[in-house]
Design a protein around this ligand. Sequence first.
Ligand SMILES: Cc1cc2nc3c(=O)[nH]c(=O)nc-3n(C[C@H](O)[C@H](O)[C@H](O)COP(=O)(O)OP(=O)(O)OC[C@H]3O[C@@H](n4cnc5c(N)ncnc54)[C@H](O)[C@@H]3O)c2cc1C
Length: 401
Amino acid sequence: MEKYKFLILGAGPSGLAFAHTLLKHGERSFLVMEKEDIAGGLCRSKMVDGSPLDIGGGHFLDTRLPHVLEFLFQFLPQDQWNIFDRKSAIDFGDYRVDYPIESNIWQLPVEKQVEYIHAIAYAGENLGHPAPEQFEDWIQWKLGKRIAEDYMFPYNRKIWSIPLEQLGTYWIDKLPSVSFKEVLYSCLTKEPYGKIPAHKTFYYPIKHGYGAVWELMGKELGEKLALSSPVQSLDIKRKTVNNHLSGAIIINTIPWNSIRLDDISSDIHNAVTGLQYSGIQVDYFSADPGNDDHWIYIPDERLSYHRILNRKTFIDKAKGYWTETNLKRSSETNAMVAVNNHAYPLNTREKPSLMKKIAEFTKMNNVYGLGRWGTWEHINSDIAVKQGIELAESLLKNMKK
Ligand SMILES: Cc1cc2nc3c(=O)[nH]c(=O)nc-3n(C[C@H](O)[C@H](O)[C@H](O)COP(=O)(O)OP(=O)(O)OC[C@H]3O[C@@H](n4cnc5c(N)ncnc54)[C@H](O)[C@@H]3O)c2cc1C
């Protein structure tokens, strides 16, 4: 048995941040196991047609956390990033509206504006009804029937590819929040109003893809990072991996349901198999998409993909665009450049109780879930880094006590 104080499963942003925090505090008894031959997880990039392409889908750095920026700039310094004001739109075929639609109804033909505003006025929120706990009902309650039918229902059916009534609403702080008053202000002043939670401005590396910073973080770990080393099995009670590695503490950042978990109760087994996720395929096309938006959302259900990323708008001298398609709607094509089986943890209504059970059992055994898959949370890479730093610091502190 090879023994370590910490075994870290997965070298995505959360595992890398955890490992570097150990090093910063002088702790060297650890190993990071990664199945791919390069670090970075969903944030990896590769060169396609002469320029970088993000193989986990379009990735942009936007954070309100100065210590996370400082942490990342240690590996790829700030002067090696461009900063952009986000420009993204929703394409309805006949017309296009800036994102988010509820702040930009004024860009629509007048008859559509009246239809949408009228429907919002009669939406549950504005009639004083309590907020529903099902995502599908919440959409109509918040945005009214018309925006729901033209955009939110089809788009969300495409990206998640599960019946929307299975999704909860405990995660809606990720969505824009625009009140009816703000909708009216924006229509009358022809300016967007309201709060967009993510990516108002964003950083993207000047010369590389988003993957560059994570690849550099991986390289700096030297032999502490074991690439091309898949985890096949995890015994939580004995704290062993693949039957030949053991950690006094195990940090898991890989999907719980993607490996064999040995010696667990049927209750935990059911919780793990109850976790749902979706995958995406990324396809590349060399043509110019003919607009200057960074990315575009596509609600039209006749088209398989749900988002288009316009490379030239954030990568110098790049051409072409890539699309993101839920794996349930995709097919193998010549344009395919990447398949990510685990892309989005799904926010089903049962997820919070399933994850509570899993976390209680694993923590009791000194196995900690971390990052997007360890916590099954729809988090961005800055939060994955924050969580990695915080968990490492708190475990090191407890060990000293
Ligand atoms: C389409 C899309 C767009 C996104 N856009 C953004 C964005 O613009 N900005 C942003 O900040 N975030 C974005 N994110 C979120 C971002 O990808 C995640 O927050 C981040 O990757 C989480 O890091 P992580 O380390 O927790 O998980 P991951 O990146 O998933 O890392 C997990 C690691 O575990 C490894 N692994 C898996 N199974 C095994 C195994 N059996 N053995 C060994 N290793 C294994 C994987 O290869 C991977 O390296 C986006 C995500 C998606 C899907």
